[in-house]
Design a protein around this ligand. Structure first.
Ligand code: GLN
Length: 200
């Protein structure tokens, strides 16, 4: 099976590793360029994108991450990890940088004004039935997507008749969710990511 790296600068690294290993993948914690070079796919966990960015910089990992992610390394980002994969961030801190690669604009802490944390049942056709229980914690949402980006799921707020806010996207080997599949027992998003690695 594939070796999947989990970026281990900050955030919920152990939770991602446990689910991936339960699906038969080998995982390693990635803190160095050598470790990054050894992986077939990468997970960027939930946590705090500003901290992750600063640590990536001081570990000398930001440019190596950009290089690998921009040249086709399958990568899955959850929550803060989605922010790290986004080409554009609204409501970031001054000077906040990302790895980028996903042609999306995310709004940081977007749900925070209404509600800090919540769960929602999401239709997620790419993983089939039943709906996915999604855990949102000071989550970003996707404000804008480029033509290459496929919307995988939206969350609706009430019955306002709108299509809902985009909370999961894919473009080629890059997958991102506003929520934290690593915090539930449902392994379908990680299984989807392992298939994306296999296709690559
Ligand atoms: N609000 C966090 C950030 O800006 C993300 C929160 C999370 O990953 N649960 O990075």
């Amino acid at each position: 099976g594939p070796t999947v790296g989990v970026l281990a600068l900050q955030g919920d690294v152990a939770e991602h590793r446990r689910i991936l290993e339960s699906l038969g993948a080998r995982t390693i914690a990635v803190r160095t360029e050598e470790q990054l070079d050894a992986v077939d796919g990468l997970v960027i966990p939930g946590g705090e994108s500003t901290t992750m960015w600063r640590l990536a910089r001081s570990f000398g990992l930001l440019e190596p991450l950009r290089k690998r992610v921009h040249t086709g390394l399958p990568t899955f980002g959850s929550c803060a990890g989605m922010i790290m994969l986004a080409d554009r961030v609204e409501d970031g801190v001054a000077g906040q940088e990302t790895i980028g690669g996903l042609d999306i604009t995310v709004r940081r802490n977007a749900f925070g004004r209404q509600v800090d944390s919540f769960e929602a049942e999401l239709d997620f056709p790419a993983v089939g039935e039943p709906p996915l229980t999604a855990v949102f914690i000071r989550a970003p949402w996707v404000e804008q997507i480029g033509a290459s980006v496929e919307v995988l799921a939206r969350v609706k707020s009430g019955d306002d008749g709108s299509a809902g806010t985009i909370v999961a996207v894919r473009a080629g080997g890059l997958l991102a969710t506003s929520f934290h599949p690593e915090l539930t027992a449902d392994a379908r998003i990680h299984a989807l990511f392992l298939n994306i690695i296999k296709e690559a």
